[in-house]
Design a protein around this ligand. Structure first.
Ligand code: ADP
Ligand code: MG
Length: 607
């Protein structure tokens, strides 16, 4: 009989393994930087080209590799970090699986130069993606330099799977940011397409946060610390006002390794309960230190998932520690209103606690507009003093009137009054009576649809609708976000943003689209980028369409915004003028119809 089972040749096995370890340039960067840290480097430089697709170059000043070890380093399961089962149970290094270099070499062209700190002369190693590893002596100063060219050149399936250069760049940046957060004592430099994106000197944790997050956020971080016999928990919590619309700014480290763990993240989220508005997520950096024997990091090749011996205990400890430090810093509201009965439609206003309500821009845009004459509506004072409003004011109905800017440009609304018999319910839905029956409209989704169509039209007209800000806003972005702003620059201008890029991560905002609600100008850009980022994983769209969606979602009136009768009319008019009025840009329904026939049937009427 013919034998049909055979052992795969090593280079093929490596290619298969590479699929699990190295999914994209960022994964290669992660592995190489981890190797540098394991080799006790004090400084690491990462250089990439084209989002890492054509080049990833990592240079460190660590221990280096000897000639003999160099021959082995690129073989699968070759590692200097563990040798026994006991070692596997007690991992002290970032690497231990011995497969990163083999995987990288299987799918790219690699050249490594290194000199072991005890060796006389250095070594050069070349791998060409096939089975050959060439090792020669060559002089080299110190540490290790590894160049990875044309990742996935021999695995087109994987190569085609890669996203745009910008997206890959952003993933690389995220990896570097994580390392920078957890290893403040290491100097890190990151150069992308010849531009220095990040350069940080060895520093304290606080200083590192300042450089990575910017002064404003760093100042708003509350440090915390809790140590028990089995674990230590330290980190920084951002005040609720800094909450973000996504989970991207949540950093969890276990024994200095960035990990993903929904449970622990949830514990933090839970501790912030009631301090955050719906749909917001806290920003935090959390370092867990546990005896390596009590955790298993060998769950997945990426080493980002871990198993804890007692996850429940860790959950409870994170929850109580975070709660405690939040309350110590007086972020928890003194007074909470939960009774929907008593407060009626004001209830939504009260769901956000006083601490965030004072900062809540929706409270002051209303105020701002009440006093504004129609002509100065286009000039917004961006740093308007926050209007403080006592709870009694609100209970007694001294609520500021609402005149969203979005409707102010429609002067014909007066005539349109009562054109559609309509009512707003729960500050959320609009009931409209029509010849054929009735309709329930989701006000946010409706406005989103209107703005979306308007923005798409604007992109085609190329004539921006911008309102000048009285005081330009200086906005600090992460390098990843600022790359997005750069790439969307012409589209953002079309939309009505007037921006200047200032330095690698600072944006100066002079003007915003006319549709943006007053008071939101501080964060509309960041909100749009957050949403834009979020959509990357859920929808496959052209940038301009994605931007139009993110913008309309973030600029639209929200559920909870009270509307005046003429605003309701204006909204309906604009909605019915849309090309596709009844589906929001995200595909959810805008309206639900109920025909007279259906109503009659429900009431058992025959006519
Ligand atoms: P692992 O990190 O899991 O051990 P790798 O494939 O990443 O596996 O690396 C294989 C070995 O090569 C490491 O165990 C280490 O001895 C050596 N090595 C890799 N990169 C470096 C570096 N930058 N400096 C010193 N030694 C390195
Ligand atoms: Mg490694």
């Amino acid at each position: 009989m013919v034998q049909i089972i055979k052992i795969l040749p090593e280079h093929l096995a490596n290619k298969i393994a590479a699929g699990e370890v190295i999914q994209r340039p960022a994964a290669a960067v992660k592995e190489l930087v981890e190797n540098a840290i394991d080799a006790h480097a004090h400084s690491v430089t990462v250089i990439i080209k084209n989002g890492g697709k054509t080049l990833i170059h990592v240079i460190d000043d660590g221990d280096g590799i000897t000639l003999d070890d160099a021959r082995l380093a690129f073989h699968r399961h070759a590692t200097s970090k563990i040798s026994t089962y006991e070692d596997l149970e007690n991992i002290q290094t970032l690497g231990f699986r011995g497969e990163a270099l083999a995987s990288i070499a299987a799918v790219s062209q690699v050249e490594m130069k290194t000199k072991h700190h005890n060796a006389e002369i250095g070594v050069k190693i070349r791998c060409d993606g096939e089975n050959t590893i060439k090792v020669t002596e060559e002089s080299y100063t110190r540490g290790t330099s590894i160049q990875v060219k044309n990742l996935f050149f021999n695995t087109p399936g994987r190569r085609n799977f890669l996203k745009s250069e910008l997206t890959e760049y952003k993933h690389v940046y995220d990896q570097i940011q994580r390392v920078a957060l957890s290893y403040p004592e290491i100097g890190i430099k990151f150069i992308s397409d010849d531009e220095t994106v990040l350069q940080v000197q060895p520093s304290s944790q606080q200083e590192r946060l300042r450089v990575l997050f910017g002064e404003k956020l760093a100042d708003a971080l509350v440090p915390f610390e809790e140590r028990t016999d089995i674990l230590s928990l330290t980190g920084f919590l951002a005040k609720p006002d800094f909450a973000r619309k996504g989970r991207a700014e949540q950093y969890l480290f276990l024994n200095r390794r960035f990990i993903l763990n929904r449970n622990i993240n949830h514990a933090v989220f839970q501790a912030y309960e009631n301090l955050l508005e719906k749909g917001s997520f806290p920003v935090f950096v959390l370092f867990l230190t546990i005896d390596p024997k009590k955790v298993d990091v060998n769950v997945h090749p990426s080493k980002m998932e871990v198993k804890f011996e007692d996850e429940g205990a860790i959950y409870r400890m994170v929850l109580s520690t975070v709660r405690k430090s939040l309350s110590m810093h007086d972020l928890i509201p003194a007074m909470r209103f939960n009774s929907t009965q008593r407060l009626g439609s004001l209830d939504d206003e009260f769901k956000s606690p006083p601490s965030s309500r004072q900062q809540n821009p929706s409270a002051n845009w209303k105020e701002l507009f009440r006093s504004a004459s129609p002509t100065d509506k286009t000039i917004l004072k961006s740093d308007s003093p926050t209007v403080m409003r006592t709870a009694t004011d609100m209970v007694h109905g001294n609520l500021p009137e609402s005149i969203p800017a979005v409707f102010s440009e429609y002067s014909s609304v007066e005539e349109a009054r009562d054109k559609y018999p309509a009512w707003q319910i729960h500050n959320k839905y609009i009931l409209v009576s029509s010849d054929a029956g009735m309709m329930i409209i989701d006000q946010h989704a409706a406005h989103e649809r209107i703005l979306y169509e308007r923005v798409i039209a604007r992109f085609n007209q190329k004539e921006p609708h911008s309102q000048q800000l009285l005081f330009p806003q200086t906005i600090q972005l992460t390098a990843g976000d600022s790359a997005i702003v750069k790439s969307l620059f012409p589209l953002l201008e079309n939309l009505g943003f007037t921006l200047k890029l200032f330095g690698p991560t600072t944006v100066i905002l002079d003007g915003i689209p006319t549709d943006v609600r007053p008071g939101e100008e501080h964060h509309i850009l960041q909100d749009i980028i957050d949403k834009y980022n979020e959509d990357e994983f859920t929808v496959k769209l052209e940038p301009r369409e994605r931007l139009a969606k993110s913008f309309s979602c973030k600029a639209a009136i929200k559920s909870g915004d009270p509307l005046k009768p003429f605003e309701i009319q204006s909204l309906l008019q604009q909605l019915f003028a849309c090309n596709i009025p009844f589906v929001c840009p995200h595909g959810r329904p805008v309206a639900i119809k109920l025909s007279l026939a259906e109503l009659d049937q429900k009431f058992g009427r025959t006519s």
